[in-house]
Design a binder for this molecule. Structure first.
Ligand SMILES: Nc1nc2c(ncn2[C@@H]2O[C@H](COP(=O)(O)OP(=O)(O)O)[C@@H](O)[C@H]2O)c(=O)[nH]1
Ligand SMILES: [Mg+2]
Length: 224
């Protein structure tokens, strides 16, 4: 059975290779951790329905991209139509933090002006190998107008919060009429009526690009 939801938000996860993008997604959708680095080829996705602070149910459809340079052009086409982007670096590998500028440039160039960006410093369980201080991450986020979270896909710490932070921010943008609540261009669609959609009655049933047998949690891969 499919869980009803008020909104469907499309998210994208970006950042350098091996920062833990796929693991963050797996932790969020399946509450699992995979220690083997299975290289993402092109783009994959996962989905999960969450209940936000206002009580609104939101289905997050999250597109996980490959960080390697050779896939950057594919990744770029996914920025458009994303309500939020999680930009990930590895707190134990400084170069992934230094590469943030180039990711942000890509994001600014290819996402819409209204895309919410959450900067995620992943692998906080590797505190003993930390190369990027929390304050540096927070300062970078502040300077560039991003939301910020440190998380660990391995332990699960703050993973839920990072995705929720993005969803709440998108809901706030809708409430402020900064983004239309049913425009694919912004990565937002209305869901089914029984998910308590704002403006009740106006909600349309959305056809999703779901994996076969998908319920509240789904995953699959996109091949281009
Ligand atoms: N210690 C630790 N390792 C992690 C964490 N997240 C991911 N990894 C490991 O980092 C490697 C890359 O993860 P992956 O999700 O494939 O990175 P991606 O290329 O960004 O998708 C894998 O070996 C993961 O097991 C984390 O939070 N802590
Ligand atoms: Mg990956």
């Amino acid at each position: 059975m499919t869980t009803p939801y008020a909104y469907l938000f499309k998210f994208i996860i970006i950042g350098s290779s091996a920062t833990g993008k796929s693991c963050l997604l797996l932790r969020f959708t399946d509450d699992r951790f995979q220690s083997i680095h299975d290289l993402t080829i092109g783009v994959e996705f996962g989905a999960r329905v969450i209940t936000c602070r206002s009580g609104a149910t939101v289905k997050l459809q999250i597109w996980d991209t490959a960080g390697q340079e050779s896939f950057r052009s594919i990744t770029r086409s996914y920025y458009r139509g994303s309500a939020a982007a999680l930009l990930v670096y590895d707190i134990a590998r400084r170069e992934t933090f230094l590469e943030l500028n180039s990711w942000l440039e890509d994001c600014r160039a290819h996402a819409t002006r209204n895309t919410t960006i959450v900067l995620v410093g992943n692998k906080t369980d590797l505190e003993h190998r930390r190369q990027v201080q929390r304050a540096e991450g927070a300062a970078f986020a502040k300077e560039h107008g991003l939301l910020f979270a440190e998380a660990s896909a391995k332990t699960g710490e703050h993973v839920e919060e990072a995705f929720r932070m993005a969803a709440e921010a998108v809901l706030e943008r809708i409430a402020r009429d900064e983004i239309d609540d049913n425009r694919e261009q912004y990565g937002v669609k209305l869901g089914t009526q029984d998910g308590n959609a704002r403006g009740g009655g106006a909600a349309a049933t959305v056809r999703l690009n779901e994996a076969p047998g998908a319920g509240a949690r789904a995953s699959g891969s996109y091949c281009c």
